[in-house]
Design a protein around this ligand. Structure first.
Ligand SMILES: [Fe+2]
Length: 372
């Protein structure tokens, strides 16, 4: 019998209003930092509310905002320095994937004095007890709240790379659907398709097991039934709830099963073409599924039986309904010229190893040509 390991955050609180539980949680430290992105958490009031709940408990709260999309190693270093300077006993990531990934990496780095690059270059190892990290997603898609990875842009090398460690899994996750209500339609579509990609890739991943497969199917059903509803009407509370639940479930699946060629190629494409992660994945998913089809026929039939429809047709149909273009070059006009550079950095992506078709340089180039 083949065994497997599972790793989950120890505490996840899901439900409308769960942000307010910050007031009741037993969080260590007299001071903490909330790390967040641009304006959306401020505009929606989530940032002020989170800080207010914590201040009610007597804690000193600092804000580190302005984390850019596809967060860089430089920003992580600045955030970690800031957390050290205020002696943060806990760090909260509040926002989309970049804010969460920045906060997660900062929690790992703030426990010591090194740059995140030193960890990426394996000069030093992450401490076993990083600063207590809380993840509060405001988008339904990235799944960063479920994983031990922080996906970062290594600016000098123009690559996306993951800082990894079991100790980076959030200690507490507050998944509050209300925080996703204010997401605009394009972000709803892109992050939602990222979540669907997590669910689909983890289902077909060579690292999948019985538990992750059940989670992947559950996430696929939730997302395919609700993503267009949430895209068309952001105020649809039922659809928003289902999307956050689907994203969370897909996150647990891929955190334990691994992903595949969409993420393996999508990270370098996103970094070099400067495109949002979810949009890249949405465009690439149908191509990769077609490419993998022969190797996954049995799995595709099983999934069709469980989810009720053909996954390739479903993904293409959802993309069309949400105005997602068909090719990467429809968004990034220089994509074809950049293909050599993209190929030269795919080796940094760990996701490729889980693709059901084993990918070598030749196969990767062939697949990339189709999608660009
Ligand atoms: Fe993703």
């Amino acid at each position: 019998m083949t065994g497997f390991n599972l790793l989950f955050p120890p505490v996840v609180r899901f439900g409308e209003g769960s942000l307010s539980l910050l007031e009741k949680e037993n969080i260590p430290g007299a001071a903490g930092v909330i790390i967040t992105g641009g304006k959306s958490a401020k505009k929606s009031g989530a940032l002020d509310r989170a800080a207010a709940y914590l201040r009610k408990t007597g804690k000193k709260i600092h804000i580190y905002d302005g984390v850019e999309p596809e967060v860089s190693v430089e920003t992580v270093d600045k955030a970690a320095r800031f957390c050290r300077s205020v002696k943060a006993g806990f760090i909260i990531g509040l926002g989309g994937g970049s804010a969460l990934d920045c906060a997660k990496a900062a929690a790992g780095c703030a426990a010591d004095k090194y740059s995140v690059v030193d960890y990426l270059e394996n000069k030093v190892k992450l401490k076993n007890s990083p600063v207590y990290f809380i993840a509060i997603p405001t988008t339904a898609g990235t799944g960063s709240e479920c994983t031990k990875n922080s996906v970062l842009t290594w600016t000098d090398k123009k690559i996306k790379i993951s800082l990894r460690g079991d100790m980076l899994v959030p200690r507490l996750v507050l998944a509050d659907p209300q925080l996703t209500y204010s997401m605009p339609p394009d972000i709803t579509a892109w992050t939602g398709m990222d979540a669907l990609t997590h669910a689909v890739e983890s289902y077909f991943s060579s690292g999948a097991n019985e538990v992750t497969k059940a989670m992947s199917v559950s996430a696929i059903k939730l997302i395919q039934a609700n993503i267009v509803k949430a895209y068309k009407n952001g105020g649809n509370k039922e659809a928003r709830r289902a999307m956050l639940l689907g994203s969370l479930t897909a996150g647990f699946a891929f955190a334990n099963a691994g992903l595949g060629a969409v993420h393996g190629l999508g990270h370098p494409v996103g970094a070099i073409c400067k495109m949002p992660h979810g949009l890249v994945n949405a465009i690439m998913l149908p191509y990769v599924l077609k490419y993998n089809k022969k190797a996954c026929l049995k799995g595709m039939k099983a999934l069709e039986k469980e989810a009720g429809n053909d996954i390739i047709e479903t993904v293409s149909g959802l993309n069309k309904k949400m105005n997602i273009p068909e090719k990467i070059s429809d968004v990034c006009s220089k994509a074809k010229e950049l293909s050599g550079l993209i190929l030269s950095t795919t080796a940094y992506s760990g996701s490729m190893q889980y693709n059901p078709v084993k990918m070598d340089a030749e196969k990767t180039e062939k697949l990339l040509k189709r999608v660009l």
